[in-house]
Design a protein around this ligand. Sequence first.
Ligand code: KG4
Ligand code: ZN
Length: 337
Amino acid sequence: MEKDIYILGIESSCDETAAAVVKNGREVLSNIISSQIVIHRKFGGVVPEIASRKHIENIMPVIDEALSEAKVTLDQIDAIAVTYGPGLVGALLVGLSAAKSLAWATDKPLIGVNHLEGHVFANFLADAELEPPFLALVVSGGHTALLKVTSYNSFELMGQTRDDAAGEAFDKIARVMGLPYPGGPEIERLAIGGNPNALVFPVAKLDAPYEFSFSGVKSAVINYLHKEEQGKREVNRSDVAASFQQAIINALCKETVAALKETGYKKVVLAGGVSANKTLQTELAKAAKKVGAELVHPTAILCTDNAVMIACRGYFMYKAGVRSPLDLNAVPSLKLG
Ligand code: KG4
Ligand code: ZN
């Protein structure tokens, strides 16, 4: 019988300080997340300097808690996996420094993980039978991309957004509508009971396949709100939220279906914070089914930032013999694929 592999995952790329222990890549032993959302909400978005300071306060207690909840000592850990990009540089450096210090002090391997690949790998915890090749739709606060996962360690970018990320569009529209940060869940809540066909907010049509552009739909919503305000007309906020959300989802579904047809893949996974959106989950599952494919999405807690996904990604890199040097640096604009 093969020896069990325990990976400690560490994540601090944005406003969540997180640590987790995962056994054999698919069994979650602990998942600790210390969220700073309430702190940043006062400012309408993440303040990088405050995020770094909070990470410094939280990182060691969060790691301690992850180990103790997993009932695993540092000695029993086989490798330390940590996000080294993309993200806010000051925030990334806190988790990275902690991981490097622990790796050095315990003489354990360090594995630098791409945060976006981590989001994709959260799906291995949701579907025990998931195996490459499959398609991934990455929809987070900073990225919107279609990715071919051709093996556990190779990825091919099919296309991405030319301007705003899907999550960024949700956050900006939420802010214009006076809703708190982060805007995605607020728009989703407001959209319940709204009519998604009440208003037409056109999404730019691009000549390149598998690419997205959300700045046009964002401006269309903002212009509509201004016009109605100037005309002193009452706006149905639920209809605006539902119609905006629908426009984003339509664009995501259309390109994903085209990519499924092109690749012939039978599974597509959702990855990144926007994957928490229930309407997106339902509509993408329906659209994928029409072309004979199945949608997989992470459980709610693993849709947004966490360290389980980093440990899971780290496990497959560990198995492939990937090790990072102790002078690994943060790469704020680390690319996908
Ligand atoms: O992956 P994530 O937690 O952080 C990044 O790596 O960016 O994604 C955060 C983004 C935010 O833009 C947030 O508004 C969006 O994900 N988001 C949602 C929902 N939950 C989070 N967007 C739409 N619907 C949701 N339910
Ligand atoms: Zn993320």
